[in-house]
Design a protein around this ligand. Sequence first.
Ligand SMILES: [Zn+2]
Ligand SMILES: [Zn+2]
Length: 556
Amino acid sequence: MGRTDKWTVARILDEISHYIELSDPNPFKARAFERAARAVEKLDADIHDLIRTGGLYKTPGVGKAIGPVIEEVAASGGSKYLEELRGQYPPGIFDLLRIPGLGLKKIGQLHADLGIGSLDGLEEAARGGKLSKLRGFGAKTALKIIDGIEKARRRESQFLLPAGLEVAGWIREKLAAIDAVEDVEITGSVRRRLEIIRNVNLAVSTKDFDAIRSAIDQMFDQVEEIDERTVKALARNEIDVWFHLCKPNELGATVLRTTGSAEFVAKMGDAANAAARTEQELFKKAGIAFVEPERRENADDLSRKRRVRLVEPDDLRGTFHVHTTYSDGRNSMLEMLGAARDRGYEYVGISDHSKAAYYAGGLTEERLKEQHAEIDRHRKAVAPMRVFRGSEADILPDGSIDYGSPTLGLFDFVVASIHSRFNMPKDEMTERILRALDDPHVTFLGHLTGRLLLSRDGYSVDYDRIFERAAERGVVIEINGSPKRLDVDWRHIGRAIERGVVLSIHPDAHSIAEMSNVITGTWVARKAGLTAKQIFNTRSVEEVEEWLEARRSLRG
Ligand SMILES: [Zn+2]
Ligand SMILES: [Zn+2]
């Protein structure tokens, strides 16, 4: 029996709470499971120790109803209660959550009244005019739902970059272990570090095509031979994986061609087909300076004589925008500080949510005091790393910053972000952000458009006006490295740089693992062609301190 960790327990409690919410009009029971899930996540002690010593029932929110469920999950990794709930609904029921406007309550209602439990079923009912007869659903809602289904369908064959990287890495490792394989390279949009990918590509060099084809056959259930050198397989039943087989002296050309983009490869002309064992060799033969894969969305760099050294994750000497359990983070202050120090950072800026973000456990002034005291207590333990006290403060609908001056004055830095009223008209939204940039307490502008890749479009804003104002006011614009956000989009960064904007790469980390978001963030900067010098947090702690000090003196 494997040891179940607290994260598994929390996940199961969450799933139970979702099922209860589908069927139970009384919100209390679902909330109780959800609260218990959050409490379990925050446990410092090992869950098995806690059960053995009887401490489990002293955990807030864990009583006679939920305690036994936790014990069962800890012992067996599963829950009979959850199995029973799952049995009452079709397996795809939570797919319906992908449709904007549909929450668990409404989904439960759709299932109870019309037996709907899938996107197909929902679409049929919406088009057949059945929805408008339900309480709480009108003709307008039906139209919105049809639109939402269409959007969800379009997203179906798209994936966030980390999913592609994971699949590609796993397959590459498997192939590399095969004798007949000389070399394997990940290519395609994954290699170009595009934020949304449709498939995974690998170039495989070999002297024995048959051996590779049969190895691929054994690795996957669904395999399609396109031609002698091209095989397509379905990984994890969702992502298309393309294998491009070649002879060893064709690998350079195959990697180049299958990395793309089409525009870039076309501009390379005949040089793209030269015999070479590596791509580097191919560029050399053609007398063209190497172009980093991230820079190949178009052919612009090919016509430039000089190449710049793009920023790398190791160039970052610190970062900002890190959450802890004080708000909606999953790791404690000390754990997050430790994670920053483990990366070798000279400084880190902690910024939990502000008061207005009550849904994310935003901090009251009282809690802020406690947090600042805790930071002070840890300073020695994490020295020489410097800890900056900050806040991810809400930009309120009128553009003012949550907390107000006296409290904002306590921070070393403020990340100002929008977390509400996303659908303001473009002009109003732009004015709202411009007003926030005018506030001298604001150090960074957080996730500029609020987009959530593959699920929520960003709010519409006038980028140029925002960039101009940020440059004028000396507000640094964040590159939010969360793979779901990657906001600012790299396609707009050139315009920001032209206007003199400084950018900073932040993880928006809600856990230790998410500190790695700085790497995805760095890819955004690389795609925009940025060097280390153009990134705020490649500066030394002394430079950053001096800069923050200068900002503080503006507050008056
Ligand atoms: Zn945020
Ligand atoms: Zn955040």
